[in-house]
Design a protein around this ligand. Structure first.
Ligand SMILES: *Cc1c(COP(=O)(O)O)cnc(C)c1O
Length: 423
């Protein structure tokens, strides 16, 4: 179905029933698969195509993996049980104890901890760099044992936009890969592979699911990476746990995603349930419509906030005043996302007062779903960061993260208006 436009692929890609089969993707609620002969099963252990056990693959998951791979323009995808699992597996697939990785410091709080604390305990050192690092400085950060650069298309919640093409160029010159977390932009607004990214990951718990019903993640392989740079023996040398499979030799452009599935999903087991994959599929069917409306509403809300006397600053890349506006026009020409951050006059106390006064917008520890929601990161998601780290990652004490939903924008603005009157 790759010949269809992205809006069509959101709705239909990945499932094409034969005559008499269910029109809607069935939920294959089965851990196991029947085979007629022992020889048929043996082939599965040589990594021939086919379902062996749901931890490693399932027809419902496979359909959604195919859809997301197509939306991003990749060759294959692996669904995971959460966005965190996607980040972890995407990195462990190419880096291990003794290796270094580089990440931008404005990444999602959960990612910041995973990379900076938990991975450090596993022997993987992370060098954090500013999103706006220059090309020369970024080059200098790469060491002999650096295996990848990790960034977000739009950082959560700072909405910083890295120069993806420059990051990809620097990575490739050093023979390493660029992994991009594309959660906030979604493939509707940005496809990082078009700018040189090698691997894309998502927390599908956000816009892809869209309704806040199912946690999930996904890793997508561009299929364009040159793995033969001497940096990735795990992909180019025999895997003894599959009696000598060489991923690049045996699976060509799908080497990375095959290894992630066959080795890491086998060993770590963070597979989503078929039910959750089905729910994700339902969400994807309207992704293109929702993202368009989220952006339309968010633009109007951002303009309203920018003109309000009690609002100190508004951070939304689609605004002309925004530091990242030029980059947004290049990488996110159709709009960025529905998430806005803004600061109110009166600091942390006033921010919490506004938040508590909102009626339509509900306080939740989540963003990027159909319902408008609000959060104060400094006292919640980013509470584990020191004041210095907070400012470094762009999260000021007065910052309110406002996730604009797909309700009527006039109602959202009226709600904000009455809440701002309270301070
Ligand atoms: C939420 C989020 C994650 C983590 O995803 P979970 O599904 O909550 O595990 C990772 N990256 C970004 C940008 C996110 O917003």
């Amino acid at each position: 179905m790759d010949k269809y436009n992205i809006n069509t692929r959101c709705v239909q890609e990945g499932y094409n029933p034969k005559s008499g089969e269910p029109r809607v993707l069935p939920i294959a609620q089965s851990t196991t698969y029947y085979y007629e002969t022992g020889a048929d099963v043996a082939k599965l252990f040589d990594l021939e195509p086919g379902f062996m056990y749901t931890r490693l693959g399932n027809p419902t998951l496979a359909a959604i993996e195919e859809r997301i791979a197509s939306l991003e323009g990749g060759v294959g995808a692996l669904l995971t049980s959460s966005g965190q699992a996607a980040t972890l597996i995407s990195i462990l697939n190419v880096a291990g104890a003794g290796d270094n990785i580089i990440a931008t410091n404005a990444v999602y709080g959960g990612t910041f901890n995973l990379l900076g604390v938990t991975m450090a305990k596993m022997g993987i050192e992370c060098t954090f760099v500013p999103t706006d690092i220059s090309k020369e400085e970024l080059k200098e950060k790469i060491k002999d044992n650096t295996k990848l650069i990790f960034t977000e298309t739009l950082s959560n919640p700072g909405l910083e936009i890295p120069d993806l093409e420059m990051f990809a160029e620097v990575a490739h010159e050093a023979g390493i890969i660029l992994i991009v977390d594309n959660t906030f932009a979604t493939p509707i607004n940005c496809r990082p592979f078009e700018y040189g990214a090698d691997i894309v990951i998502h927390s599908t718990s956000k816009y892809m699911d869209g309704h806040a019903v199912a946690l999930g993640g996904v890793i997508v392989d561009s299929g364009k990476t040159d793995w033969n740079t001497g940096k990735y023996p795990g992909l180019t040398e025999p895997d003894e746990s599959y009696h000598g499979v060489v991923y690049t030799r045996d699976f060509g452009t799908s080497a990375y995603i095959m290894k992630a599935r066959a080795q890491l999903m086998r060993d770590l087991g963070s597979t989503p349930s078929p039910m959750n994959a089905f729910l994700l599929g339902l969400g994807l069917e309207t992704l293109h419509l929702r993202v368009e409306r989220h952006c339309m509403n968010a633009r109007k809300v951002a303009e309203f906030l920018e003109s309000h006397s009690k609002v100190k600053w508004v951070n939304y890349p689609d605004l002309k005043s925004n530091k990242y506006h030029e980059r947004a026009k290049k990488y996110l020409p159709n709009g960025s996302c529905g998430v806005i951050s803004f600061g109110v006059e009166g600091g942390k106390e006033a921010a919490m007062k506004v938040m508590d006064s909102l009626k339509l917008a509900k306080i939740v520890v989540h963003v990027a779903d159909a319902r408008t929601s609000v959060l104060h990161p400094a006292s919640t998601t980013h509470r584990q960061l020191s004041d210095e780290q907070l400012i470094e990652s762009g999260v000021l004490p007065e910052l309110i993260r406002f996730s604009v939903g797909i309700e009527d924008v006039d109602d959202i603005i009226a709600d904000l208006s009455q809440a701002l009157e309270q301070i």
